[in-house]
Ligand binder design. Structure first.
Ligand SMILES: [Zn+2]
Length: 309
């Protein structure tokens, strides 16, 4: 089963906000959320959370990584839920402390206004991305105990970013992996998201595939249960290998010319896919990073490869 709209996913686990940029809520004695989406969806997340937990406070926000569309509404949520403590990796904490990273996230948030109209969000007042402090850093293998025997365990799953964390809740076997294992498009093809290191990204997927989970929450668009959840990693790894082959063969054909490779890959992977899909500027920005990562990998693995471009 695929859950692709806000509401209950399973037990006390909910998707709130908008499926394109979801926040996941675990409604236990001390409610917690996973990720904080886009800045200008802050009030939408707040309303969705309030509908479920009423006047109670949030206790933790577990951030998956330092991208503007996963931590954007932190400052709004902190205002609306004063007890909220931010959890992230040490690496992500360092990124959030860098003025140039904050400026980039502010610029990307402004650029994402286009997405807002695309997904039917009225921008009465544009919410800026505001800097914030991480309250608690966690490493691989560490965990946080919540109420009633509920624990959140941390898995470092780099590759999409260097600071990517996934979270596992053993009590109801929920795995929240954000973008560490790609994002399915409308056809079911899983778009690879290896932005900084292809091999680490693939290894992270292998590791996640071995977790005994029942429910899988992705960073965009959907949460999966049952057979869909069980089949996911096999598909995401196969599609990732297919993407690698496509990029490698295009790099060889175009002698390392990344712009030509991007045009080819986009024509295969993006143009024919129906909406809803990632907006084109964001797709192209990510694709450029992914192509560069694979180009470097080819050059490192086969020192004798010298591209003209
Ligand atoms: Zn990301």
């Amino acid at each position: 089963m695929i859950v692709n709209r806000p509401g209950k996913i399973f037990d006390d686990l909910y998707m709130v906000g908008h499926p394109a940029m979801p926040v996941y809520l675990l409604d236990c004695e001390k409610p917690v959320i996973f990720d904080a989406g886009l800045a200008f969806l802050g009030n939408l997340y707040t309303d969705g959370i309030r509908e479920i937990i009423g006047g109670r406070d949030l206790h933790y926000c577990f951030l998956s990584h330092s991208h503007f569309d996963h931590c954007g509404a932190v400052s709004v949520l902190k205002q609306n839920f004063p007890g909220l403590k931010l959890v992230a990796s040490e690496k992500a904490k360092n990124v959030f402390g860098r003025p140039n990273a904050i400026e980039l996230m502010q610029n990307l948030t402004r650029a994402a206004e286009q997405l807002a109209s695309h997904i039917g969000i009225e921008l009465a007042e544009f919410e800026r991305f505001e800097p914030f402090e991480v309250d608690l850093t966690l490493k691989d293998g560490e965990s946080i105990k919540l109420s009633r025997g509920i624990t959140v365990e941390v898995l470092e799953t780099p590759g999409h970013t260097r600071d990517s964390l996934s979270y596992f809740i053993p009590r109801n076997k929920v795995l929240l992996c954000s973008e560490a294992a790609g994002i399915p498009d409308a056809t079911g093809y899983v778009v690879s998201e290896a932005l900084v290191n292809f091999d680490q990204y693939y290894e992270s997927m292998m590791r996640l595939s071995k977790v005994e989970y029942d429910v899988l929450c992705l960073g965009h668009r959907q949460a999966l249960l049952g057979q869909d959840a069980q089949n996911y990693f096999q598909k995401s790894m196969a599609d990732c290998r297919q993407f690698l082959n496509l990029v490698e063969s295009a790099l060889k054909e175009y002698d390392g010319d990344c712009q030509k490779v991007i045009t080819r890959v986009k024509a295969v992977e993006y143009d024919p896919v129906p909406e809803p899909k990632q907006i084109e500027p964001a797709y192209l920005l990510n694709l450029e990073a992914k192509v560069q990562v694979i180009k470097k990998r080819l050059q490192n693995r086969f020192g004798n490869i010298e591209f003209v471009n």
